[in-house]
Design a protein around this ligand. Structure first.
Ligand SMILES: Nc1ncnc2c1ncn2[C@@H]1O[C@H](COP(=O)(O)OP(=O)(O)O)[C@@H](O)[C@H]1O
Ligand SMILES: [Mg+2]
Length: 235
């Protein structure tokens, strides 16, 4: 469904990604792991059309997505939920959600979208008239994910969605993500907590200094001494 081949991305004069190759197949839950500064968010941003691709390619559903604009990426069926949520905190929850639907005229009405995300995250229905900035961290994250879903994506990219979210709400969000996947959406999840990532995802890639260095399914990664050296015991 999504394939990155030897992707390179620069931030100004500094190269952030040197060689990122990964594949996400339709219906999968894939995790992207790596330390702070490894290049996870830059990878998501390059797919989402936010950072220009300096070398390599992004292919989506068999067609090039390399250096597509953010609007084009959304139109093609990909929604990215950015690190740190980036909500409009002085706007209501419902206004934030409606903004996620700007390309929705292609795929059903805004009201249908709202009904769908409210059934997934019922608390947001109760809070829909409140300013997003008044919500708890976990509720704001639910708004951010729901806003992404308003574009009716086939591929959902999530960048560290559980930072500042209470454990109980993390479980609620994970349940919602599993429901989304059961309905046919594919998920690429950036996560620093290895156990949580491998509990959710069926496969994962590890990024180090802008390069993909390890790939495998849950069992093979947990059995891999290189993976164990890097990660296990850190969390
Ligand atoms: N907007 C930016 N401008 C300049 N450098 C950046 C920017 N964003 C990230 N970087 C740098 O690029 C590298 C990768 O960062 P990032 O993709 O945010 O890593 P991660 O998400 O894995 O923590 C880091 O060295 C970081 O300092
Ligand atoms: Mg990041």
């Amino acid at each position: 469904m999504l394939e990155l081949k030897s992707l390179a991305v620069d931030h100004g004069k500094l190269r952030a990604l040197w060689d990122i190759s990964l594949e996400v197949r339709q219906g999968e839950k894939v995790a992207l792991l790596g330390a702070n500064g490894a290049g996870k968010s830059t990878t998501i941003g390059a797919i989402a059309g936010i950072y220009p691709v300096a070398a390599g390619s992004v292919t989506y559903e068999g067609q090039s997505l390399t250096n597509a604009s953010p609007a084009e990426v959304v139109r093609r069926g990909i929604a990215a939920v950015p690190e740190g949520r980036r909500l409009f905190t002085a706007m209501s929850v419902q206004e934030n959600l409606t903004m996620g639907a700007y390309s929705r005229h292609l795929r059903g009405s805004v009201d249908e979208g709202l009904e769908k995300v409210f059934s997934l995250f019922p608390i947001l229905r109760d809070k829909r008239r409140q300013n997003a900035g008044e919500l708890s961290g976990g509720q704001q994250q639910q708004v951010a994910i729901a806003r992404g879903l308003m574009a009716s994506p086939r591929l959902l990219l999530l960048d560290e969605p559980f930072i500042g979210v209470a454990p109980k709400v993390i479980d609620e969000i994970l349940d919602a993500l599993r429901r989304i996947v059961a309905e046919g959406v594919t998920v690429l999840l950036v996560e620093q907590n290895i156990h949580r990532a491998l509990n959710f995802a069926n496969r994962a890639y590890v990024i180090e200094n802008g390069r993909t260095v390890l790939e495998g399914n849950r069992e093979s990664l947990l059995d891999n001494p290189a993976f164990a050296d890097k990660f296990l015991g850190l969390e």
